[in-house]
Design a protein around this ligand. Structure first.
Ligand SMILES: [Zn+2]
Length: 423
């Protein structure tokens, strides 16, 4: 009997991956069906359904569930189950009009031109994209990367149950990191854990993230460092580099029996509070009892207040989720405290000044900006050890050096404070 939290809305995980011999048959059959091309976001959602991370979803949502999800975070066709973000598939007019309800169609990833799964078309419908964006993203500004993807998707949504035939390149490209929820649960159970805190990571793991992981270990049986290996926005640090940096940090500064690393194939929507809730839903499916929610979780630019993603957990029904947020304030190194600290603990208001050579020039709180970090790394200058461990810096430096030898990228670290960019 597992002591972990149950999956979301179901006593068991519901992976939609078709395996073994059945898969070969399905692949042959799929080759003869109409092709629905998927955007990278749609593909990533399908993969999440495949591995059971979106338990108990059976496929892409129909109109009622789309509407319920946008309006009241609930799915009528799953008995009003809590769900924070629409999981939908779109296509163009011509293809949509050729699809007949009841028909089976093949789902292709447009970017890699590979077959990923099958859908039994149940419904076709149109949506008000502006409405979806305002509800889910709290903005319809096309400059928001998640909004832009909704606005660019096809005019007709296609809904129906899916079966997944491929995990694409993930198991090979991220061997040892890529994990299905059932695999993570097995590891937690073998260790005898009942409480596990998930640390969502889409940036290199600096000291502030490591500090949060340590706090989580004090509270729970262990921490699950869960890295996004799906697509990010342009300029974010590639997953391979982040994975190596985390590896280096964990190897030296963590007790092996208190930490598990994993990766998941979802793409970021940058939907801030709503996405924090989606992160909670699938972490519950991975067996986690807690989700660390820091400053500006899953946010981008200035669209969300720094703690909106924490507050939203108080606004949903208390029984919506079994997983609980572990809300953490903005963390940093403080030269006055002489340790890692947070806005909640540290009484020193001044910001530490780091000069162009990476030297400390006074002040208390070290909030190293992404712009300065990038500058120090690309110019080969010292990064204060209070910000990041030397093992992490060495890996990042190597990455920035390799960029230097190629045409420059527009925004290699992202704007704002890297210390703040938690998720
Ligand atoms: Zn202080």
């Amino acid at each position: 009997m597992s002591r972990l939290v149950p999956p979301h809305g179901s006593p068991v995980l519901r992976p939609l991956l078709v395996e073994s011999e059945a898969r070969e048959e399905e692949l042959k059959r799929a080759a003869r069906l109409k092709k629905i091309p998927m955007s990278s976001r749609e593909t990533s959602d399908l993969l999440m359904m495949g591995i059971g991370a979106f338990t108990p979803l059976e496929g892409f949502m129909g109109y009622d569930d789309w509407k319920g999800c946008c309006e009241s975070l609930s799915l009528p066709s799953y008995g009003g189950l809590f769900w924070p973000v629409p999981i939908t598939l779109s296509c163009d007019e011509e293809l949509a009009s050729s699809l007949v309800p009841g028909e089976e169609a093949a789902l292709w990833d447009a970017e890699t031109e590979s077959l990923v799964g099958l859908i039994r078309v149940r419904e076709k419908y149109r949506i008000d994209k502006q409405y979806e964006c305002r509800e889910v993203f709290r903005t319809a500004d096309p400059a928001h990367p998640g909004v832009r993807k909704v606005l660019m998707q096809g005019p007709v949504n296609v809904a129906g149950p899916v079966r997944v035939l491929s995990e694409l390149h993930y198991p090979q490209a991220f061997a040892g990191i890529y994990q299905r929820p059932a695999e993570a649960r097995r590891i937690f159970e073998q260790r005898g854990w009942s409480t596990v805190a998930a640390l969502q990571l889409r940036n290199p793991m600096h000291n502030s993230h490591a500090y949060l992981a340590w706090i989580a270990i004090e509270i729970c049986d262990g921490v699950y460092i869960h890295q996004l290996i799906g697509k990010l926005k342009e300029g974010d640090i590639p997953a391979e580099v982040r994975v190596r940096a985390v590896e280096a940090l964990v190897n030296k500064y963590f007790r092996k029996d208190r930490v598990v690393q994993g990766g998941y194939p979802m793409e970021m929507r940058y939907a801030g509070p709503r996405e924090a809730l989606l992160h909670a839903v699938f972490r519950q499916n991975y067996g986690c009892s807690h989700l660390i929610v820091g400053r500006d979780h899953a946010g981008v630019g200035n669209y969300y207040g720094p703690f909106d993603a924490q507050r939203i957990f108080d606004e949903i029904p208390p029984d919506a989720l079994a997983i609980r947020p572990l809300c953490m304030d903005w963390t940093f190194y403080c030269y006055e405290c002489g340790s890692m600290a947070s806005m909640k603990t540290c009484p020193h208001d001044s910001e530490a000044v780091i000069d162009e050579n990476g030297q400390y020039r006074g002040g208390a709180r070290l909030l190293l900006s992404g712009t300065l970090l990038r500058k120090l790394l690309s110019e080969g200058k010292a990064v204060p050890p209070e910000f990041s461990r030397p093992e992490v810096i060495a890996i990042l430096r190597e990455y920035y050096d390799s960029l230097h030898r190629r045409p420059p990228e527009r925004d290699a670290v992202g704007s704002g404070s890297a210390a703040a960019a938690l998720s």
